[in-house]
Design a binder for this molecule. Structure first.
Ligand SMILES: [Zn+2]
Length: 348
């Protein structure tokens, strides 16, 4: 693409050179006009020659200008469509970035960027920033969690209609309903996470076929690691199966389901601090009646409500890692889950 652009640039430059040559030749002729007049009969012939050259030079200049405009347009389109051999992938937030990082490792001409800041955490009620739109304007692929997590997605598509959106939740059947809404925090179940990795990898293979074998190999090795993690998780936390727990952060509903925990779940949209005194009283009653020993919160959550419950019951607080923020290490998800295994092993 670049090469042919350069060629056409050179072509139009030549045409311009020719045009200016013709112009200067014409100027020479014009200065010799008085001589022609003296020759009498030749006047008409001289005039039509000059006219012919004049039209020809106008035509050449026109062609040159049109070519130049075309070349400039091609250059502009190239910048917009990024038809430059580079596949730019943008992920919506941290969990998707960690998956993508594992899959694109070693791929050629791939640029990976995360849209939201790493410390943003969950995209619940997220307001798009100008920088976010800028990041996707020249992207080829956008990787989303799906299930309504990226409620702003239509604005991104509006900003870049050529971008392909991958919905990592495609095909996940074991979703949990919170009231009328599907809980989108699917990645806290390792099984779901593996499905998300597979969906994203298959889409990357299709959309960026030059790196197909890289994506395939990365997918296999990452899923193999995740399967080992899943086995460890199940084996180590087997004793917690059917145990009752209070979950003050809906991110962990999928993880709890994997473990087999019987949850008393409170829908808080990560805003545990807004819990009413009445709700809190009800939870304390439930915890005492059922002799609940576990209160689950995220390690970045406010502990106040959990502490109130813990003070009036036999329950203890377990601060887990929902994998919503953290280091950009490729193994960040695996490490977060191992951290959770260690914390939950301490129950009893
Ligand atoms: Zn959330």
């Amino acid at each position: 693409m670049k090469k042919s652009n350069e060629n056409s640039k050179v072509d139009s430059k030549n045409k311009l050179d020719k045009a200016s040559k013709v112009n200067s030749e014409e100027k020479l002729k014009k200065t010799s006009k008085p001589n022609v007049i003296k020759k009498g009969n030749n006047i008409l012939e001289g005039n039509s020659n000059a006219k012919y050259i004049k039209y020809l030079s106008i035509a050449i200049i026109l062609i040159a200008v049109i070519t130049l405009i075309a070349v400039l347009n091609i250059n502009r389109n190239t910048n917009l469509n990024r038809d430059d051999g580079v596949t730019k992938i943008v992920t919506s937030f941290y969990p998707m970035y960690i998956i993508a990082e594992n899959l694109v490792d070693g791929a050629s001409n791939v640029e990976l960027e995360n849209m939201a800041d790493v410390n943003v955490g969950c995209l619940h009620d997220y307001t798009l920033k100008t920088e976010d739109i800028k990041k996707v304007e020249d992207a080829d692929i956008f990787i989303s969690n799906g299930l309504g997590m990226e409620s702003f997605i239509s604005k991104l598509i509006e900003a870049n209609e050529d971008m392909t959106v991958i919905d990592s939740s495609t095909g996940i059947e074991t979703t949990i309903l919170d009231g009328e809404e599907t809980n989108p925090h699917i990645w806290t179940s390792i099984s779901n996470y593996i499905d998300q990795v597979r969906t994203i990898a298959e889409e990357l293979k299709r959309l960026d076929p030059k790196n197909e074998s890289v994506y395939e190999a990365n997918k296999r090795s990452y899923i193999a690691k995740l399967n080992r993690l899943k086995n460890e998780f199940q084996t180590e936390l087997d004793e917690l199966s059917n145990e009752r727990a209070i979950c003050l952060n809906e991110s962990f509903e999928y993880m709890a389901k994997d473990i087999g925990l019987q949850l008393t779940s409170i829908q808080t949209d990560h805003e545990e601090s807004t819990m009413s005194a009445e709700t809190l009283r009800n939870i304390i009653d439930v915890a005492n009646n059922q002799n609940i020993k576990i209160i689950i919160i995220d390690k970045s959550d406010n502990r106040a409500n959990a502490e109130t419950i813990a003070n009036e019951t036999n329950a203890e607080i377990y601060e887990l890692n929902s994998g919503l923020t953290g280091s950009l290490d490729k193994d960040a998800y695996i490490n977060a889950m191992k951290e959770n295994i260690e914390i939950l092993k301490a129950v009893n």
